[in-house]
Write a protein of this length. Structure first.
Length: 119
């Protein structure tokens, strides 16, 4: 069965950090561009970061650029999202997804992991 599984969410205070991981079963993450998306309460899902499969290029939304870093962890065979300087508006369910290229239609989605930024 082909699936993505996210982990690493939780409760963090404003200004804190979290690291999310996206793991795959049934296919090789290296063959896909991997995106991270945020679904905030009452808002539309937003793409926040993507890493390409071809050359490792990374892309970020303006709301997270400079604070979030997406990278492939080859030792763990995951695509991770390091999130620093978290703010309450970062609260939401974070999903990872796989596509042939960044910005393309996503072929596979994970169920998500909840991030809550609150004091």
């Amino acid at each position: 069965q082909l699936q993505l599984v996210e982990s690493g969410g939780g409760l963090v205070q404003p200004g804190g950090s979290l690291r999310l991981s996206c793991a795959a079963s049934g296919f090789n993450l290296d063959n896909y561009a991997i995106g991270w998306f945020r679904q905030a309460p009452g808002k539309e899902r937003e793409g926040v970061a993507c890493i390409s499969s071809r050359d490792g290029s990374t892309f970020y939304s303006s709301s997270v650029k400079g604070r979030f870093t997406i990278f492939r962890d080859n030792a763990k065979n995951t695509v991770d999202l390091q999130m620093n300087s978290l703010q309450p508006e970062d609260t939401g369910v974070f999903h990872c997804a796989a596509a042939p290229v960044c910005g393309g239609d996503m072929d596979y989605w994970g169920k998500g992991t909840l991030v809550t930024v609150s004091s």
